[in-house]
Design a protein around this ligand. Structure first.
Ligand code: F1P
Length: 607
């Protein structure tokens, strides 16, 4: 989604702006732009639809330079992706870049239109530049102009602003949308994403809600909404610069799929003892907090939500704890009941998903025992706002379609379920740990299916629809498989609890419909097989992924894909792998933009 980068430096920053924007590309965007303060202290703007490389060319042709500038990648929300809607937006000597949504922009637009303001875009963001100009006519002090402007804005925003009258300054503000200030040598930077900062500096400060800052090449001043100075010490990110490369793979998604075994091996080394989970892996004193938990509420979006559904199956199976899993965009607006001793768990790869952040903020106002987050980004808003946090340490996930973050979430959640099982079954822990420890070996075998998945992908590439079926903890894996396929191959896909088949989706089944059954060898095999027989009876193309030994009858059109034998608890982690490979190779066949699928964004920072 939208990304912000900016720099104030003793040297020219135009190249830094392009480099910063290119580090934000993975988030997904449809136009890009920048503003530089020229030698004569004028704001000079360049914008283009499409990719950052086009902006780079434009910059070279225009030979634009300056020591202070802001830049933006836009993912359209209000107004189509075209030139006039691209950021920065300029007015009256101000140039602004904005992430988030200004909810009262219509109201502000109407108010300012009456005062003869002419707007040149369809965006909500443009009103910010106009408001700044409006207040600059009423106040001469920069801080007064800013405070009055910020007071009028409703909604979420991360802002980068430059102003001709203060040409060496970048102004930043944040409310509900992340913004970081990177501290360099003779230069300071701003970015909505740590990934764009780390090649410049590892030292950074994050703005909290309702704060703003004024930044020059050698000074950073922070203020609250009342204009009072704030002191904040800097943090140092552990993230390294090399993590964001394809390492010889064709796509980030492919690299991230194949990284999963190593990530799990690292978790085993870092979090597990011989037969027990190491103490307090969910944060200081988390073990004693978890002992008192009677209920768990999971809240997440997309793939992270699918991970929470698996966790619900695990937790209710291994403990007496009641568990719910809910989509964040629903949770945040509905009335919730919080029983005594409930743990709220936010799951988010990025830690910046707007709906999950709002849900977490709502949970903080409710009577939860504690707030735990499972995230992949140490510097993220969700991690910062939580009482306890588990860092997945999966390395940056660049592909929009989540793969390694999903399995890393599952491992974290299996460890959470295991910790919660201690009260009701003291023997289960070592059993589950043994299964987790077998994962690297089993995943190596699972990856041997790659060739087979390439072949099967060819059979899917011309299909319009696909059904994925599973029961128990394989049901959320069916949901995740369908999500992966639709995200990157644009084939319509649905995940269903296999038992629901005849409650609707069976009507869709004919000889053109591939139906994938996920069937680990467990107590649900008979039921899944009878559901798949219903598909076969209607000429559907059946693909069964199973580790149950099954013989094929001659002339039977069913495809059985033999999975390696695996323990009951780890099956979701094993069965999702061929689903990821299948989607990847179908997308390869369809020649889609695998890492940045159309219309999607990696970090969904607006609701
Ligand atoms: C949630 C999510 C991802 C998905 C895509 C859009 O993000 O739905 O699962 O792959 O990147 O956002 P997060 O809260 O887990 O970062």
């Amino acid at each position: 989604m939208c990304g912000i980068f900016g720099a104030a430096s003793s040297s020219h920053v135009h190249k830094d702006l392009i480099e910063g924007l290119s580090k934000l590309e993975y988030r997904g965007y449809d136009s890009a732009g920048l503003t530089l303060i020229s030698k004569s202290n004028k704001i000079k703007r360049l914008r283009c639809t499409g990719k950052v490389v086009a902006l780079k060319k434009l910059l070279a042709t225009n030979n634009l330079m300056g020591n202070c500038g802001i830049a933006h990648t836009r993912w359209a929300t209000h107004g189509v992706p075209n030139l006039k809607n691209s950021h920065p937006h300029n007015y009256g000597g101000f140039s602004i870049v904005h992430n988030g949504i200004i909810e009262n922009f219509e109201e502000i637009k109407t108010f300012l239109s009456k005062k003869s303001h002419k707007f040149s875009s369809d965006t909500d963001s443009e009103v910010i530049a106009h408001l700044l100009e409006y207040f600059s006519k009423k106040h001469s002090k920069l801080s007064d102009i800013l405070l009055n402007t910020f007071k009028k804005l409703k909604g979420s925003f991360a802002l980068g602003i430059v102003y001709e009258k203060d040409p060496d300054k970048i102004i930043v503000a944040s409310n509900g949308s992340p913004l970081l200030i990177g501290m360099g040598k003779n230069a300071n930077y701003i970015s909505s994403d740590i990934n764009a900062l780390i090649s410049k500096t590892k030292k950074y400060i994050s703005l909290d809600d309702n704060e703003f800052g004024i930044i020059t090449k050698d000074k950073i001043e922070l203020f609250n909404v009342k204009g009072k100075r704030i002191k904040r010490s800097a943090s140092v990110t552990k993230q390294n610069t090399n993590a964001i490369s394809k390492n010889g793979y064709k796509h980030f998604m492919q690299k991230e799929i194949f990284e999963q075994k190593d990530i799990i091996t690292r978790v085993i080394k870092d979090k597990l003892g011989t037969s027990k989970i190491l103490p307090n892996i969910f944060g200081p004193k988390s073990d004693s907090m978890l002992k008192s938990i009677k209920h768990v509420h999971f809240v997440a979006c997309g793939t992270s939500y699918n991970a929470s559904l698996v966790a619900k199956y695990w937790i209710e199976e291994v403990s007496d704890i009641m568990c719910t899993a809910e989509i964040a965009s629903e949770y945040r607006y509905r009335t919730i009941n919080v029983p005594k001793d409930t743990l709220f768990v936010a799951i988010s790869q990025s830690g910046e998903t707007a709906d999950t952040i709002y849900s977490l903020k709502k949970a903080k106002q409710s009577k939860y025992r504690s707030i735990l987050s499972i995230c992949n980004v140490a510097e993220s808003t969700i991690t910062r706002l939580s009482d306890y946090s588990y860092l997945m340490q999966a390395g940056p996930e660049v592909s929009v379609a989540s793969t390694k973050a999903f399995t890393s979430q599952l491992i974290a959640l299996l460890l959470l379920a295991t910790t919660l099982s201690r009260a009701s079954d003291s023997k289960l822990e070592s059993k589950i740990i043994n299964q987790i420890k077998s994962l690297p070996r089993i995943l190596s075998k699972t990856f041997e299916l790659e060739k087979k998945m390439q072949l099967i992908a060819k059979q899917f590439k011309n299909k319009n629809h696909t059904l994925f079926l599973g029961r128990g903890a394989s049901y959320p894996i069916a949901l995740e498989a369908a999500l992966k396929l639709k995200e990157i191959s644009y084939i319509h896909a649905e995940g269903y609890a296999a038992g629901e088949l005849k409650h609707g989706p069976l009507a869709l089944v004919d000889k053109n419909m591939p139906v994938v059954g996920l069937m680990p060898d467990n107590n649900l095999v008979t039921q899944v097989l009878s559901n798949l027989a219903e598909v076969k009876a209607r000429q559907g193309l059946v693909y069964i992924f199973t580790n149950k030994k099954m013989k094929l009858k001659k002339n039977d059109k069913t495809n059985i894909i033999s999975m390696p034998a695996c323990g009951h608890y780890i099956a979701p982690l094993v069965y999702v792998i061929p689903m990821q490979l299948l989607s990847y190779y179908v997308a390869i066949n369809k020649k889609t933009n695998i890492d940045q699928p159309r219309n999607l964004a990696k970090s969904v920072t607006v609701e």
